[in-house]
Design a protein around this ligand. Sequence first.
Ligand SMILES: [Zn+2]
Length: 116
Amino acid sequence: MADAPGAAASLAAAKARLDRLDLYPRRVRIDRVRVLELPWLFRLPWFRRFDGYAAWPLILLRQPLARTPPDLLCHELCHVWQMQHRPLRMPLSYLRTGYARNPYEAEARRAVEATR
Ligand SMILES: [Zn+2]
């Protein structure tokens, strides 16, 4: 599956925002991150509530990247960053706390706001 057109530049821009923060010891790495546009995925029950989804090195988008707000990509890249440091604890936290009150969600929202 091909990366979204413009993925490299968009990831670099989102990384530049996150690099201003010191949430984790190492900066986010984007060399292996892939950005995929998968509108059909977001019609499935689990994904319906989301516009973007991060799973380790993958960022999945409902809309074409060209129509995706930079804040959303930055939010999802923050989740990639979290998983680079906490590859199990972070995703498992959603089972423990659910989505709405998840601390990694709150952290990703704060990261977007702090770098806007
Ligand atoms: Zn999120």
